[in-house]
Design a protein around this ligand. Structure first.
Ligand SMILES: [Zn+2]
Length: 217
């Protein structure tokens, strides 16, 4: 099977009583007009059109948690939709007034929340550079994993991320495994996410790519 296509993205392998490995769940991820059907859509105003003639050819992996290190709750969603109360937590004073977004959030339990149509430009990368091209927001998709640089991401997040990435590569022909980076790769010295907790080899195995092939640079 061509590992870049088909419904086995995100499949979960488990053992039955006899020790056989079974695929107990296969989730099909697909896009329609820039929207992931499997995601809940919570539209963010922090977006705009991509520059004329500028296609999508980069995927940027991030992490976020709000307040930092706290999982669950709806603070991320309220931040990306400009509904966060800056007085609610002392940390929020540091990000007061921020107008940011990402295309997609993958929560700890694998829930998918989409904030910006993938065809549109989200505000996730900030000052950034990839392969000599600045302003990565113009040509990239940003996916946030709910997490921190140090806390292991969940199985559900790896499954969902692999599934969504497969669907995005099918939808955008110029996206490929060697065009997936971390935020820290395009904003070194300024950003550290997704951090050492993110297991790139595991992610690549989830895409059907053996570690060592198509290495990230
Ligand atoms: Zn980031």
């Amino acid at each position: 099977m061509d590992a870049r296509r088909g419904i086995l993205y995100g499949a979960r392998q488990t053992q039955n009583e006899r020790g056989y490995t079974l695929t107990t769940r296969s989730i099909t991820y697909d896009l329609e007009e820039g929207r992931l059907r499997q995601a809940r859509f919570a539209p963010s105003p922090n977006c705009g059109p991509r520059p004329e003639g500028c296609g999508v050819d980069l995927l940027v992996i991030h992490n976020i948690s709000l307040p930092p290190g706290c999982f669950g709750g709806d603070c991320i969603e309220r931040l990306f939709t400009n509904c966060l109360d800056w007085e609610e937590h002392p940390f929020f004073a540091e990000i007061r007034g921020a107008e940011v977004s990402a295309h997609l959030l993958i929560r700890r339990d694998g829930e998918l929340v989409q904030f910006v149509n993938f065809d549109e430009r989200a505000w996730h990368a900030g000052q950034s550079c990839h392969d000599g091209r600045d302003n990565c927001n113009d040509f990239s998709i940003g996916i946030e994993l709910e997490g921190t640089d140090e806390d292991a991401y969940t199985d559900a997040q790896y499954r969902a991320l692999a599934g969504v990435t497969g669907a995005l590569m099918d939808y955008y022909a110029s996206l490929s495994p060697d065009r997936i980076v971390g935020h820290s790769d395009i904003a070194p010295g300024r950003k550290t996410d997704p951090g050492p907790a993110f297991d790139w080899n595991r992610f690549r195995r989830g895409l059907g790519i053996e570690p060592g092939n198509g290495d990230r640079t």
